[in-house]
Design a protein around this ligand. Sequence first.
Ligand code: BG6
Length: 610
Amino acid sequence: MCGITGIVTQDRNDIGRLLVMCSRKLTYRGYDSVGVAAVHRGKVYLKKDVGTIDEVDARLGLSKMPGDRGIAQLRWATYGAPTQVNAQPHYGCTEEFYGAHNGNLHNYYEYRQELIETGHTVRSWNDGELCVHAVDKYYEQTGDMFEAVRLSTRDLKGAFAYAVGRADTQEIYAVKMGSSLVAGVAPTETIVSSDLPSILPLTNRVVYLDDGEMVVLRPDSVKVYRVEDGKELNRPVQVSNVDPHAAEKGGFPHFMLKEINEQPQVARDVMGLLHSNESEEWLRLIEDASHIYLVACGSSYNAGIVGTYYFNRLAGIPVTPAIGGQFIPMYARTLTEDSLCILVSQSGETKDILNVLKLVKREGLGKTLGVLNVIGSSLMFGADAYIPMGCGYEVSVPATKTYFSQTVIFADLAARLGARNGMLDQSEADRFVSALRDDLPRLTQETIDRTGILAKNLAPTLMGEHDLYCLGYGLTDGVAREGALKIKEICYNHCEGMYSSEFKHGPLSIVTDNYPVIFVTTTEDSWMVINHINEVACRGGRAIIVGEHEDSLTPYVKSKTDYLVVPKSEVLINPILDVIPLQLLSYFLSVDLGINPDLPRNLSKTLTVD
Ligand code: BG6
């Protein structure tokens, strides 16, 4: 995924400073390369290079570029290696045009060939450059930038958003065709961007866009049009209540640690949202479905696994979990008009998820219920209904508070559904929901406070361990997968998350003296997990346990450091808390390894590509 930002000012001359200030908030979308195209006195100046925005700004002086309008782009490489020439923005054939894109052009190779054969000067191997050439091409034919941008979309296949301008026109034009894009109206400038955080430093007055729409930025106005016929659309300016400081660290060394510490508040906020008056619609969608799929990627998928267990355990409702990219080849033919796809995506822009959304809507294969954090995202607009995760912006690439919010949502929905279908006594359901609302915030804070130091002490002992397992059972299956993913994402070690009873069917062969295996358990399942711990310990393996303290388990850990003890709670809350020491362990280990956990190499916060 990449991040584009376009700004048009009313006669200001500090466009470089504005673009860098705003684009920096999109760092989590890409940090392979960065560039700025600034228009100054009718000429386009383009500076770009590999590296983070701060590195490239220090090297090339991006924030010092004069001008009254321009476009910046932060790149996460897909087509074309992360090199200077493939960095964005790009010129067109001449230096009159400038532009940048986010997304994927599926017809990249054939269209690049077509442009070259028709005389275009294509400089890079990056698909974003072709968006600028497409506009260049239709400008040659029409002499009109609005029409050129509108017609350019006809040549481009895939999911993308791009912004383009010309040296001699004050407007910047941007198109939304499958990737995120939002506009803003500030007192002395207008802005368009891939994501809200880069707009908030200038204004909280935003204009949301939908796919198939284009926006024209003028110094004092933002106008929205339908790409298909150029018709102007009435898009009111809305006031966003997202905290602009959400994109600041608030005194923490990293966003990840800040966001872990926001989880007690997330517990309060999401429970409030879950008991709003829209929840009846969500519960009905689930109750009325003949078959329910829960489709997600990365940490959202791991939260979905936890949700699958809650739906079974509390409501006797079978839910089929599916990885986003796998869903269509694995399940598409099983969908019917009364299926329900619960699409879980904190960004609401993950392409693997939007592909499923498009299929279900195009073929009329049942309903969709989004579980999402970013208001204004494509999933929000596209799903039949959506549950807001209420986390505030999550900036750190590794998910923490958004995963946490998702597990709370599934626990609460499952309890309420169980009470409604009789699988759970109403009193039992009420008690659990009250515990989620009244106890979970405090227990979350306690868990952070008590396991933070335990995780910090354990981390150094894993410094040399480049290969380990993280096992869960029942409700902690998804928790263990999430703990493993965190270690993979930000410690660059191989950690496989899997079901503990499955470990003996093969993977156990890896265990030799001191081989580390993490076990995530609850007081309800430890009677079973103790067998799996023993299978490792009796072969000299190093069992590391996450869960409430249990005397029966202590003989199996080689040292107190290997027991991340979670505060006592009701057993069904255990799994929600068990993730916290794993988040903290991966965080401290990442920092000990000299890695920036917020921006792990090769990764991106949201993958708007296939
Ligand atoms: C990955 C992120 O790119 O996408 C993960 O690095 C995230 O942190 C995954 O869990 C899914 O993202 P989303 O927005 O669909 O929940």
